[in-house]
Each structure stands twice: as C-alpha cells, then as structure tokens.
Design a protein around this ligand. Structure first.
Ligand code: ADP
Ligand code: MG
Length: 620
C-alpha cells in the first residue's frame, strides 16, 4: 500500500500555529508590544491603520537584533528567551515560545528594520506569507521597527470574521492598556489612522491609571499593599461607591503580565460582596508578584491564562488583603451613593460624614500560617458572582402611588443626633421641624432633607440592621436568652438536625437555647423574645434552609452566613410601624449600621432624588 503521510511544509505548519496565537489584529499588537518590552525598550510606539487591517507597526528603542537574528526570528521556535526546558520555570520575560513572529509572518506582509547600538548598520527583512523577499543591510535607528501589513491576506476565513473597525480597534486599545498598565515606567504612544490617540510618559502606577482612564479616576482609587515571603500584592482598588453595573476596569497582573484568572477575580469581588449591590463590579488594578517557579504561564498559546501553584492560598491572601484595604478605606457611606446616571447629587455636601464602616477582617491573618484561623477561605470555590437581583425600576411608579400616611416629625433627641451626621451643616441650619417622614405602604420611608428626597426601602434596611445586630451577637455581644417555662419541641429532618447540632453554640448567642432530644427533635429551652409568640419551628426551619444553601454556594463565611440567614428570616415577620418615634428609631438604627447603603444580600437600601431630577420630571 502506498505511504500516505506527508510532513507539512513549514509555511503550512506556521499558518496552522498562527491560528492559535493570532486571532485578530489585537493579538499582533500584544505580541509586538511584549517583544518590545522584552527588548528593554524605554519608549514604544504603536501605529495602527484601519483598526489593524492594513497596518500594525511597533517601533521601539530596545536592544535590536543582529543581521542573522533578524532573519532567524521568523523561524518557528526561534527565541532568545529560553534555552532549556528548565528555563520555562523561571521566566522573567513575556515571550518564550518563539512562535509569535513566525505566526505573524505566515499570515501577513512583514517589514522588519532593526539595529543594535553596537552595529554600524541595521538590517531590513521583508517576508510575505513565510517567504523571505529581502534580507539586506539598511540605515535605521537603534532599536526595532516591525510593520505588519495586510493581516490575514492569505486566510480569507479569518479576514471575513473580523468585526467592525470600532470593535477591532477597541480590542487593540484593550491590549495596549494591559501592556501600558504593566509597565508605567515606560513611555508609550498610540496612533490610529495618522492621529495620536494617547501618549504616556513614564510615571508611577496611579498616574498611569489616571492617564489611561481619565482624571475622574483620581479619587476613586485606594491602594492595596501586602507582602509576605511568598507573594507581594500591590496596586489599587476602586472604592465601593464607584462600582459599576456594566463592565468595570478589572486588571490583574501576575509578575507584570496581564492574566485572566476567574478565581483571583472572584477573590477580589467577594471582598466587596457586602459593600456593593448585586451585579455591580468594582474596578481594580492588582499586581501580584510570586516566585516564577510557582506559576505556569504556558497553559495557553496567548499566555493570558496562568496556573498558580497554590491557588487557594493566593485566593485567601488576596481576598483578605482587599478586605483589609476596604476596611481601612475611609468609606464614609454617603447619601450620594449614586449608581444611576442623571441623579442629582449636588445638594449633598462632600464633607458629609456618617459612621465609618469597618469591614470585618483579621489584620493578623496569614494564609500561609495554617494554624491561623483568620478568614482563610480555603473552602471558597469560584462560583460566579451573584445575579443582579437588584431592582432599579419603578421609581416614579411608586412615588405616584404614594399614600399620604403622613407622620409629622416632632423634635426628638435621637433624630437630632442623626441629623448631625446626615448633615454637615450646623444644627441651627437644619431645624428639626424640616424633617418629614412619610411611610408608604409599610414598604418605604420617604424623607426630605435639604431639598433632596430620600427613599428608604424598609425591608432591605431591616435586613441590614438585623444582620449587623446578629453578627455582633455572634462575635461579641450575645443576645440574652429568655428561658421558656414550658419548652416546646421542634422537629427537623435528620439532615437539618445534624447541621443544627453544629450550630448550637452560635444559636445560643442569637438567643435560642436548643437541646437535642433525639436524632430529629429539639427542646426549645429559651428564645430571644419569649413573649412575642414567634413560631420557633418555622424560624429555625427556614433559617437552616438558608444557611445550608449558602454553605453549598460557598458564598459567605460562617459567621456572616449565620447572621444573614437569621436576618432574612426575621426581617419579613415584623410588626407594622405606625408611631413617628418608631420610624425615627428605625432610621437611627439604620444610620448606626457600619454599612447603610446596601443590604447584606446586596440590595440597595437608600435612593435619592434631587430637586433638579424632580424638576426634570415635569419638563415639557
Ligand atoms: P518569543 O518572544 O517567544 O521569544 P517571538 O516570535 O515573539 O518569540 O520573537 C522571537 C525572537 O525575536 C525573540 O526571542 C527576540 O530574540 C527577537 N525579537 C522579537 N522582537 C524583538 C524586538 N522588538 N527587539 C529585539 N528582539 C526582538
Ligand atoms: Mg514574543
């Protein structure tokens, strides 16, 4: 029988390999910029035409290449960055696979001009679809210029799959951003269709971020910083009130390489989980530095996916570092916690201060010390962030349907205290008689302060108040148990009974004294509120359902889970507020909370409308 196996020619092999590395113009940009950085350049220009379809050129002032290397660099597996397989485990460069230039040359027209400082002349190489067209000496400045023209000229399928110029160019900008954010100490510029898009001088990281994303970022960033023998974490995170509903700027770098790592992203996002509504995303720019021997970058051809040796430790450490930073941040939850564009916030003074929230964290936490109990989240899995259960609609509707169960606020000691914190003005300027609270259907409290209308979602606020109360009960201020004279008995499924047995000490702190009778029955020896006839069977049953579900989702740490599961049970069964002093007391409790803008389940508590917004409702 005839032999049928052929060896593919290099050109074909390169074209196939190119499919993995070069998917779109932005992939070329990434490879060329990384090569320029690896070449030690201090000034790098990116010149693009037609979103990279016609031209992508990178000009650097790096070390350049010799006459021979200028030709060799287009061979597959041609790299100066790796000699032995062992080198793979101590990489400090961006490249190492030696296939980017070979791939690019297989699917485009490439013009390389390069010169090393010590050489008197430079080199020109022209290559088209892997075919060398010219290799000659030429006059050119020190450094390297690679121009990639007519990308995918010989791969029509790829060319046809390219998106619109605006999409492809924004992909290019994204790759550019990833590189410029990894190297704030280098100068970069980007030109598109002959126009300068951005020019970046060497600077520090914070200024680089602001230069790239705009001056409005200036006040939104808060530093993160933590180091151990194993890992250094540095960078900036956005303040919770700057979280965005849409895609946010989220950048994670490991050893100065932009990486995509769902688990690390989750470690950051969960640190915010109590501080921002569901579905909102915090911006962050986080730089991890680890021993190169402990990461594997070689798991995807584009090298954006990495594997870390001990992901759980890194997860725990990153999570606690971000939490710590959030805790230190002067969050000053402000009533202008403004997520919706168009809301008028001009009436809220900037120096308005409420109680500074303290995010629970353990400053001594060291994930590398196994005996440290801390917040090590070893059981946390990368379940994806919670759904956007947060309803922003229906504003005008509910105001329209407002019933006027007006409660006229009379002067009150408590409220005056609160007004002091709500307003930065002096007491005289905010006479208490100005404060009107309006209760809408037992669901909302509407109040007007300094011309801004605040609407408070009662159930969400109550969940927050109870959550903080229960958390502090578990942590340090147990709720008193009121002994029952005639203990009732509750019955649970065997599975729930098992869970309950484990939680008995914590439930005691929440005011429930339960005693096992047998595998499924418990005597209720005491409750937090003996006289109000609560149905303990239902409360405990539902509490255990919620608790177990959260355990399955790995969503909260144990104490948070306990407090939240109990708060959810209790916030529904509450008697109506009718007296004005009850409402005021309720608001006082809310503003005493460490966080008062968002419920622990991530729902918004307070919304506001300024005068301008109100006026705009009635414009023609
Ligand atoms: P890798 O970066 O993985 O080594 P590339 O195909 O991207 O593979 O580049 C091949 C080689 O060409 C590099 O190892 C380097 O020696 C050389 N090279 C590429 N770009 C430049 C540049 N801008 N300046 C100097 N040398 C370069
Ligand atoms: Mg490279």
């Amino acid at each position: 029988m005839a032999d049928i196996i052929n060896l593919l020619s290099d050109a074909v092999a390169n074209q196939i390999a190119a499919g993995e590395v070069i998917q779109r113009p932005a992939s070329v940009v990434k490879e060329l910029l990384e090569n320029a950085v690896d070449a030690g350049a201090s000034d790098i220009q990116l010149i693009v035409k037609d979103a990279g379809r016609t031209l992508i050129q990178v000009v650097d002032n790096g070390k350049g290449m010799s006459f021979k290397d200028a030709r060799l660099c287009f061979e597959r597996h041609a790299t100066s960055k790796l000699k032995t397989a062992d080198d793979l485990f101590r990489l400090s460069t961006k490249g190492f696979r030696g296939e980017a230039l070979a791939s690019i040359a297989a699917i485009a027209h490439v013009e390389l001009r390069t010169k090393m400082a010590e050489d008197t002349t430079g080199t020109l190489v022209l290559i088209e679809g892997s075919e060398i067209k010219e290799h000659s000496l030429t006059a050119t400045p020190d450094g390297t210029s690679i121009a990639v023209k007519n990308l995918f000229f010989n791969v029509p399928a790829r060319r046809n799959f390219l998106k619109s110029d605006s999409v492809e160019f924004s992909n290019i900008e994204e790759e550019f951003n990833r590189v410029v954010l990894s190297h704030p100490d280098l100068a970069f510029s980007l030109y598109h269709n002959g126009k300068l898009v951005i020019q970046l001088q060497p600077t520090n990281l914070k200024k680089r971020i602001v230069n790239v994303f705009g001056t409005h970022f200036q006040d939104k960033l808060y530093p993160v910083e933590q180091s151990t023998d194993f890992i250094n974490i540095s960078g900036f995170i956005a303040k919770p009130e700057n979280a965005k509903k849409k895609k946010s700027e989220q950048y994670m770098f490991v050893n100065h390489r932009y990486v995509r790592h769902p688990l690390l992203n989750y470690a950051v996002e969960t640190a915010y989980s109590e501080l921002i509504p569901d579905g909102y995303k915090p911006a962050y720019f986080i730089y991890l530095e680890v021993d190169p021997a402990t990461i594997d970058i070689n798991i995807s051809p584009t090298k954006v996916d990495v594997k870390l040796q001990d992901e759980r430790l890194v997860f725990g450490f990153l999570n606690s570092t971000v939490k710590k930073s959030l805790g230190q941040m002067s969050l000053t939850p402000r009533l202008d916690f403004d997520y919706e564009p168009g809301m008028d916030v001009s009436n809220v003074p900037d120096n308005l201060t409420l109680k500074q929230p303290v995010v629970t964290h353990n400053p001594d936490f060291n994930p590398f010390n196994v005996s440290s109990s801390g917040t090590r989240s070893s059981s946390v899995k990368p379940t994806m962030p919670r759904n956007a259960a947060f309803d922003t609609s229906g504003w005008s509707d509910f105001l329209a349907s407002m019933k006027t169960e007006t409660v006229d606020a009379a002067p009150s000691e408590n409220l005056s205290l609160d007004l002091e914190v709500l307003h930065s003005e002096t007491e005289e300027e905010t006479p208490l008689a100005d404060v009107k609270c309006l209760m809408v259907q037992q669901q909302y409290i509407v109040t007007d302060m300094s011309g801004t209308l605040y609407v408070i979602h009662i159930a969400n606020a109550r969940e927050r108040i109870l959550y903080e109360k229960f958390l502090s009960a578990i942590q340090n201020q147990p709720i008193a148990v009121q002994q029952s004279l005639f203990p009732e008995t509750i019955e649970l499924t065997p599975a729930k009974a098992e869970v309950l047995k484990d939680l008995k000490p914590e439930l005691q702190k929440l005011g429930y004294e339960l005693e096992s009778i047998d595998a499924t029955h418990f005597a209720v020896n005491g409750t937090p509120n003996a006289e109000d006839g609560e149905d303990v069977q239902t409360v405990i049953d539902n509490f255990l359902d919620a608790y177990k579900a959260n355990v399955l989702n790995h969503r909260y740490e144990k104490e948070q889970n306990l407090a939240l599961s109990m708060a959810r049970q209790k916030c529904t069964a509450y008697k109506a507020m009718s007296e004005e002093c009850e409402i005021i007391d309720f608001l006082k409790q809310l503003f005493d909370c460490q966080v008062n803008q968002v419920s622990p389940s991530g729902r918004k508590i307070i919304r506001q409308i300024g005068l301008a917004e109100l006026a705009s409702w009635f414009e023609k």
